[in-house]
Design a protein around this ligand. Structure first.
Ligand SMILES: *Cc1c(COP(=O)(O)O)cnc(C)c1O
Length: 427
């Protein structure tokens, strides 16, 4: 167990030159309290902090480390590629290979454009949907997070929910006006919005399995209903697969749920731990992107060779080894069963939501199927749960509004160690 001495020192020092001491808000542990751990290295299922303590990692860099940290083929590929220059600002063969690989894995994706983050992927996909339809408004769901572009910071999940930010200073009312929101799993609310804004809605964007308010699973018929509305109304259906892409299946949530999207956004796993995002879809829509069409989108470092080789190596491993998905599902199911057994003995209401290798715990006495339900859970208790596990070397996301991610590196022994920590937890 760590006494956090070095992390405390580093956090003090960081706050002088970095706002809040971190480069992304949730990392600051602000909602759970305490000092964020400064990490030094990681291998497989474990991370080691600046004080040398070891943690079983359930964040996995918020998803990308699906095959565990410092996965050797990815590390080696990066090292080799770096010797040929880290950037050209000109096209490379590797970008074609990456695009071909993505297209071969992703349903309904004929063409793909690489960017450098999930945020960029989502804002570009929305612009494309608007440019393609000639409409301005779009529908998103409460508690879904699509990155930090202005238009999406309305009733957003992840850090925006964690810090309870209702309206984001710096986002103009004019921009927010075109963002319509509905509760997750509420098809009637969507129908009503569409009826009230007939012919004005460019897109419906959704996390097909939500992971930014804990893990929330789409109810039967919900996605099918959205697909039907989009077909009837000429609305572009955008699957934000930044979290689910290549994680729930080689073909992401589209494959897993059996639903076709018109545009898909990727991030996280797609870069194998490097800053990568992408958006893709049918040629008919994608050909509106510049330089083929006039919907402008660009990036100096987009398709960066180091990022591409890391992502390519990761995705190729996933494509060539479909058994990885079954392995991840089985592991997560085992964690689910064991968590259930031990939480049952604690005399507190709880809900475990799981889909594939995404799982989360809400301390709630009713089903958690949308943001309101996630927000009404006992999140103070979650914070104590988080700290109890952390003290025992188990690193969970520092917020109830985040999903946990399982990697293939996590062993049944690691899960047993985790469960032993949960056993010790006194609610
Ligand atoms: C993480 C995430 C994003 C934003 O990606 P960044 O790479 O952090 O910009 C967008 N959508 C979803 C569903 C995410 O989970």
């Amino acid at each position: 167990m760590s006494d956090y001495t070095k992390s405390k020192e580093l956090f003090e020092r960081a706050q002088k030159t970095i706002p809040g001491g971190v480069n992304s808000p949730v990392r600051a542990f602000k909602s759970v309290g305490g000092t964020p751990l400064f990490m030094e290295r990681a291998k497989g299922a474990y991370m080691y902090d600046a004080d040398g303590a070891r943690y079983i990692d359930y964040i996995n860099s918020w998803g990308p480390m699906m095959l565990g940290h410092a996965y050797e083929p990815v590390v080696k590929a990066i090292q080799e590629k770096a010797a040929d220059s880290t950037s050209f600002g000109a096209p490379t063969k590797l970008e074609i290979e990456m695009a071909e690989l993505i297209v071969s894995m992703s349903p309904n994706v004929d063409m793909v454009r690489m960017v450098s983050s999930g945020t960029e992927a989502c804002m570009s996909a929305l612009r494309l949907a608007r440019g393609y339809t000639g409409r301005n408004k779009f529908i998103k769901f409460e508690g879904c997070y699509h990155g930090h572009a202005d238009a999406f910071l309305v009733k957003a999940g992840s850090g925006v929910a964690t810090f309870n930010i209702q309206t984001v200073p710096g986002v103009t009312a004019g921009v927010s006006m075109d963002t319509l929101t509905a509760p997750y799993n509420d098809l009637e609310a969507v129908k009503q919005l569409v009826a009230e804004n007939k012919g004005e809605i460019a897109a419906i964007i959704i996390e097909p399995v939500a992971g930014n308010m804990g893990c929330i699973i789409p109810e039967p018929g919900f996605m099918e209903g959205l697909r039907a509305i989009c077909d009837q109304e000429g609305i572009v259906f955008i699957f934000d697969e930044v979290m689910t892409g290549f994680r729930l299946a080689a073909g992401g949530a589209q494959e897993r749920l059996g639903i076709n999207a018109d545009l898909v956004t990727y991030g996280k796993v797609i870069g194998g731990g490097m800053p990568v995002g992408a958006f893709g879809g049918k040629k008919e829509i994608m050909q509106h992107i510049a330089p083929l069409g006039n919907v402008y989108q660009a990036g100096t470092l987009s398709g960066n060779p180091i990022a591409m080789i890391a992502g390519y190596t990761m995705l190729k491993t996933l494509k060539d080894n479909p058994s990885i998905y079954k392995e991840l599902d089985d592991k997560t199911a085992y964690l689910h069963t064991e968590l259930d057994k031990v939480l049952k003995t604690k005399n507190v209401p709880y809900v475990i939501n799981r889909f594939g290798s995404m799982i989360s715990v809400h301390f709630s006495d009713k089903p958690v199927n949308n943001f309101a339900a996630a927000a009404s859970a006992d999140n103070v208790l979650f914070n104590r749960f988080f700290h109890a596990l952390l003290a025992d070397g188990v690193y969970l996301p520092p917020s109830a509004y985040e999903t946990w991610f399982i990697s293939t590196a996590l062993s049944n022994e690691d899960i047993k160690e985790t469960i032993a920590a949960v056993e010790k937890f006194q609610p």
